[in-house]
Write a protein that binds this ligand. Structure first.
Ligand code: SF4
Length: 348
């Protein structure tokens, strides 16, 4: 019998299984804590669960993990890029960023990406497959096991490989577990999902009970330029309408990410249009000077141009921040992650 991977089950599905086994409800709490707080790799380690029940779990379910593959790459700014291996030998790139008071884990939702944004290295390499819920959660478990001290604050950003809103079944399952008090207990301020913005998916998330922050990659102020650099993007008005609805229903602000590309979207007119599109709306603008990668056709605007853009935008738009990406020297900054197709034969 093929065992079911227990980390792919939703909270409701776990409840149904516990009930079906004739067990009391608190077994669900125990199971979640063992899986996601103590992060055990075997049902036999769940010592406050009766042995007979552990054996039933063992017969029916498996507990998956991800393994590191190659040496960790360190950046001068302290970021680490780590490549993890799935059961089918495909590779996931993840990044751990160090800040004074917290750590941030940048994780992936797909292997590769089908959307082909022209400034993005992940998009250039194409798409292999969606990550399952357990593979999303196991990225975080890997970091908690190896790099995050027990009481250290950490945030999660879905800004690695892939478009999370094209894998919403697994994404939403994973976020439910991340939110749950008996599992990771992470609330909205600690999880950010970055998307190019599919309005229907944004509204679905807004109307759900899931708790996370939303970042929409806007990157242009006209539909013509946006389509040119992000061929799969929807029109700006619909995207911003959905982003606003998300902010209103979740009582927060949606972040709009804007990668500054030299001579593409960095003009004075762009800055003024961006201010007009966002003025008086529940948004935060995050400007990200482009990080160049091998053979890309774009470059980063000079510091004078970046400063002029900010100068025009600041007094007219809602909150504006500039993100100087981390891990640029190791190919771990925004838009630089890329899966490797080759099979791994070396032992981790
Ligand atoms: S920017 Fe995001 S959506 Fe666009 S190709 Fe890259 S990973 Fe995919």
């Amino acid at each position: 019998m093929n065992k079911q991977n227990i980390k792919n089950l939703s909270i409701k599905e776990i409840s149904i299984i516990i009930e079906g086994l004739g067990e009391k409800r608190h077994r669900k709490t125990q199971l979640l804590k063992w899986l996601y707080q103590k992060r055990v790799k075997s049902f036999y380690d769940m010592t406050n669960i009766p042995l007979a029940l552990r054996e039933k779990f063992q017969k029916q379910f498996s507990i998956s993990t991800l393994l590191p593959t190659e040496k960790t790459t360190f950046s001068e700014d302290g970021s680490r890029k780590i490549v993890l291996k799935c059961e089918d030998n495909l590779l996931i790139e993840t990044v751990l960023m160090e800040f004074e008071k917290h750590q941030t884990i940048c994780i992936s939702s797909q292997i590769g990406c089908a959307l082909g944004c022209t400034f993005c290295r992940t998009g250039k390499n194409g798409f292999l497959r969606d990550l399952r819920c357990d593979e999303i959660l196991n990225q975080i478990i890997f970091f908690k096991d190896n790099y995050i001290p027990p009481r250290k604050r950490y945030n999660i950003v879905f800004m690695g490989m892939g478009e999370p809103f094209l894998n919403t079944d697994n994404l939403f399952r994973a976020i439910e577990i991340l939110n749950h008090l008996d599992a990771f207990a992470l609330r909205e301020k600690r999880i950010t999902v970055s998307t190019i913005g599919f309005p229907d998916k944004i509204i679905e998330a807004a109307e759900s009970d899931l708790k996370f922050g939303l970042a929409v990659s806007l990157n242009a102020t006209t539909d013509r330029i946006r389509k040119k650099i992000m061929p799969a993007s929807k029109n700006i008005n619909d995207t911003l309408f959905a982003a606003q609805k998300f902010a209103e229903l979740k009582e927060t602000r949606t972040t709009l990410e804007y990668v500054l590309l030299k001579d593409i979207n960095d003009s004075d007119e762009d800055a003024l249009r961006l201010a007009k599109l966002t003025s008086g709306r529940p948004f935060k603008i995050n400007l990200i000077p482009f990080n160049a990668w091998d053979s890309c056709n774009f470059s980063r605007p000079g510091e004078d141009r970046i400063n002029r853009f900010i100068e025009l935008l600041l007094p007219r738009a809602p909150a504006v921040t500039v993100r100087r990406s981390r891990g640029e020297d190791i190919g771990a900054a925004c838009g630089q992650l890329s899966y490797q197709k080759r099979e791994i034969t070396d032992k981790p």
